[in-house]
Write a protein that binds this ligand. Sequence first.
Ligand code: SF4
Length: 134
Amino acid sequence: MSASKPDVRELICVNCPMGCRLQVTVEQGQVRTVKGNVCSRGDRYARDEVLNPKRMVTSLIVVPGSREPLSVKTRTAIPKDRIFDCLKAIRACQVRLPVRIGDVILPDVLGTGVDVVATRNLPDAPCQGSGQTA
Ligand code: SF4
């Protein structure tokens, strides 16, 4: 049996303004080498981005009684393939006034272990749902 050809992926590290261009060699589902990084954060970023990409999610929620929507975000990044479901869970969320910045709006969204939190104050409450989907 012949060995599979390594796949070389090009990424730009987003961890600092240097924006190093990274070349990541992937073979049999494993990262073999990372080149182009100036520091170890670039190596970590490349491995995570190839094997387990994650993103922060931000969104808005309409809150009854408020003229302005509530802006929310995940406290940390969640797996990229859960973004759509996360947005759905946020859309289904019912929030009551008042809301304070940092309030947990959806605890442990989709069982990721990550909370969705308010990023602004709305004068004159946490969601009724758990964010879990069947
Ligand atoms: S590899 Fe290091 S220096 Fe280069 S962009 Fe990433 S964090 Fe910045």
